[in-house]
Design a protein around this ligand. Structure first.
Ligand code: ZN
Length: 173
């Protein structure tokens, strides 16, 4: 229930299914945020996984999504801005499972106070499924746990059955 300053906003909540614009659309979306978090350079086919990982669908904050925006580096990209919400490192770093190259901007009072990337956490709790069908986590109602074994390519090991799997071949919980 975070309603405190929302009357001061200069934007209306919107969910842009196909923004389709060029750089002018992109800068408008970024600059419209006075306080909160911007997640940029999301591959379009990973947008909904990013939304799910951060539980944006359960949030009362204003969330603006740009989809299929033009990007010099990526061709197309997606961007999410979340007003009045700052995430923990743990919440943000889990994005490295689906979108390791996203860029984060933390904005306070219209100023970008921090720009950063995400890094793979040493433990993944309740984020991905084990590829081993016999693993206890696939047969009991329990949270999965993986340990980081190696990066580039990223390899993780199931805490319960020791099965190792490539992060690019996992399913999200
Ligand atoms: Zn397992």
């Amino acid at each position: 229930m975070d309603k405190k300053t929302s009357t001061q906003k200069d934007t209306t909540p919107s969910l842009t299914g196909r923004a389709g614009g060029g750089s002018s659309t992109r800068s408008l979306i970024v600059s419209a945020l006075d306080h909160g978090t911007v997640i940029d350079h999301i591959p379009c086919d990973r947008l909904f996984e990013v939304i799910n990982l951060l539980h944006l669908q359960d949030m009362t904050s204003k969330v603006t999504i740009g989809y299929n925006l033009k990007s010099g580096k990526m061709g197309t990209k997606s961007i999410i801005k979340i007003a009045d919400r700052f995430f923990t490192d743990e919440e943000l770093n889990q994005l490295s499972v689906v979108a390791p190259d996203v860029t984060l901007s933390i904005i306070r009072n219209y100023e970008v106070v921090e720009k950063r990337r995400v890094s793979m956490p040493s433990e993944l709790k309740g984020i991905i499924l084990c590829n081993n069908p016999k693993c206890i986590t696939n047969n009991e109602p329990m949270r999965t746990l993986f340990h980081l074994v190696e990066e580039n390519p990223t390899l993780v090991r199931c805490h319960y059955c020791n099965h190792e799997q490539d992060i690019r071949q996992v399913k999200l919980v």
